[in-house]
Design a protein around this ligand. Structure first.
Ligand code: ADP
Ligand code: MG
Length: 233
């Protein structure tokens, strides 16, 4: 589905929050690398999709009312067989229904387990004065604990993308130290520039989060995406 159609569908359904699959589809349109993610409406479907994708896979809760999936036990990583998909499905369902009893659950998303990398975050929010602002930092759990992030106003120039990556305190982690490989910085800069253009193309988007993105020596992969739309006037 094209980006504008995804936004129209959510808006017609009265939703501001796009699902993980919708967010990733939209982000893919920006030319950003994301994990191929499919929605399963039942356990049987989750197994069939997993068999087709190939193991190991990751299962995540799909609910329009749940934004932070792992907070409610809604994420299972490294699932390596059809049997384990079934178990993970049941466990996620049990945990989420207990922690969020009123949430309507659509099903689960299935995606391939990504090879580990340095977890970074790219985000966008709108500042009342400056409009869209892009954020870059260390992702995953680190973002809440260290708050090690940098900001630039959209549209980004090439030198903005380069400097915002280099000014975070954790930059040495990306440069590769103590036997660790350096990550591909130029491709991260490219991703920031692509997102800057994307954000300009879609003023309907209020907030965007790619957290985490796994950064590698060769390339990167976003494994989670969240998009919030502007409220309709
Ligand atoms: P949340 O809604 O809680 O942010 P995420 O989709 O970000 O859920 O998943 C939580 C964590 O699980 C991520 O920070 C990442 O470390 C890991 N993870 C998520 N998807 C994948 C994947 N496809 N492959 C490997 N690890 C993943
Ligand atoms: Mg996340």
């Amino acid at each position: 589905m094209r980006g504008k159609e995804i936004i129209q569908k959510a808006t017609a359904e009265g939703r501001n929050l796009l699902s993980e699959t919708e967010s990733k589809e939209l982000i893919k349109e920006a030319g950003i690398n994301v994990t191929d993610t499919k929605l399963a409406l039942s356990k049987k479907e989750a197994v069939a999709i997993s068999d087709q994708m190939g193991y190991p896979v990751v299962l995540k809760i799909a609910s329009h009312e749940i934004t932070h999936k792992s907070d409610s036990g809604g994420v299972k990583l490294g699932i390596s067989s059809a049997g384990d998909v079934g178990t993970a499905y049941d466990e996620i369902l049990a945990s989420v229904t207990q922690k969020c009893p009123t949430a309507v659950i659509q099903g689960m998303t299935v995606q391939k387990a990504a090879r580990p990398g340095v977890e970074v975050i790219i985000g966008m929010f709108k500042d009342a004065q400056f409009g869209p602002v892009l954020m870059f930092g260390l992702g995953g759990v680190w973002v809440e604990i260290l708050k090690d992030v940098s900001f630039r106003i959209v549209p980004l120039r090439k030198k903005d993308a380069a400097s915002m990556i280099r000014e975070i305190k954790g930059f040495p982690l990306l440069e590769g130290r103590r036997g660790r490989e350096a990550v591909d910085l130029s491709i991260l800069e490219e991703a920031l520039l692509k997102l800057s253009a994307f954000v300009e193309k879609y003023p309907e988007i209020k907030e965007l989060d790619l957290n985490p993105i796994f950064a590698y020596a060769n390339g990167y992969l976003a494994v989670d995406a969240r998009i919030i739309l502007e409220k309709r006037p």
